[in-house]
Design a protein. Sequence first.
Length: 322
Amino acid sequence: MKKVAVTDYSFDALDIEKSVLEPLGCQIVDQKSGKDVAKLMALVRDADYVITQFAPVNAEVIGAMQKCRVIVRYGIGVDNVDLAAAAARKIPVCNVPDFCTEEVADHTLAMILELTRRIGENGAKVRAGGWGLAVPLEAMRTLRDMTVGVVAFGRIGREVALRLKPFKCRILVTDPVVSASRIKEEGFTPVSLDELLAQSDLITLHCPSTEKTRYMINAQSIATMKRGALLVNVSRGTLVNTDDLVAALQSGVMGAAAMDVTDPEPISPDSPLVKMPNVIINSHIASASTAAAKKLRTDAANTVAIAVRGGKPPNIVNGVKG
């Protein structure tokens, strides 16, 4: 019987995974809270396959794997998995790249509209018995008059840009791996990252967290932005230096921020960001919907199933042939 180790998951149960894998002779062993490295090492030691969500599958954990044939991440980003360590062991790492695109794009647009129209704060004033604007007039912005910078033009970034188009704002796009001609074909303006930061009234981040992008929003890059610029981050918390963001928001250099992700996660209730009226924080839930969760779990299980049957698993992200 093949062992499938599930390091952690945010679902109620693993019924979908079991329905796909148990008929293939697999036993699913799970550890719902998988942040303890020693426990993770024990869990994966004799696993044939590993599925992970947020657990730190670092070099030490991967080094404990004696016969693992594939690591599958519940999600798009794979920054919790040491890709190089897995590659050194010739273990392919796979993700689920095409789930939750619509949900995250919708969530991004909702955050953009909240930052520009301040719906929550104005509604709260009425609930408290007040009337009239709850924020200064200059905080109420019109997208048509703004320049919006979209950082990365993958599945989600593209959908965000397409959702913004009917609002008639100027849309700048930067992506080192997407051609300028393709961006122009979609009706947007290709620019460098430096140009985007300098020209945008609102910046929305849709890139993975890598060595090149980690803490790309920092004191130095913030200093190049327009004063009062708005920031949306639904990608990864580690794209933003938290201390530098706090300082910029407190000083007024940045006008407001909306984040579905933070660094660290969960964010400390004592963080200054939690108490700022010009900051919106969600708990990494932009992907949430019944349909998205079902697809995520089914695709992750099917990736393992392909490997169980002896096939090459799809969506390998660490260069291993599989």
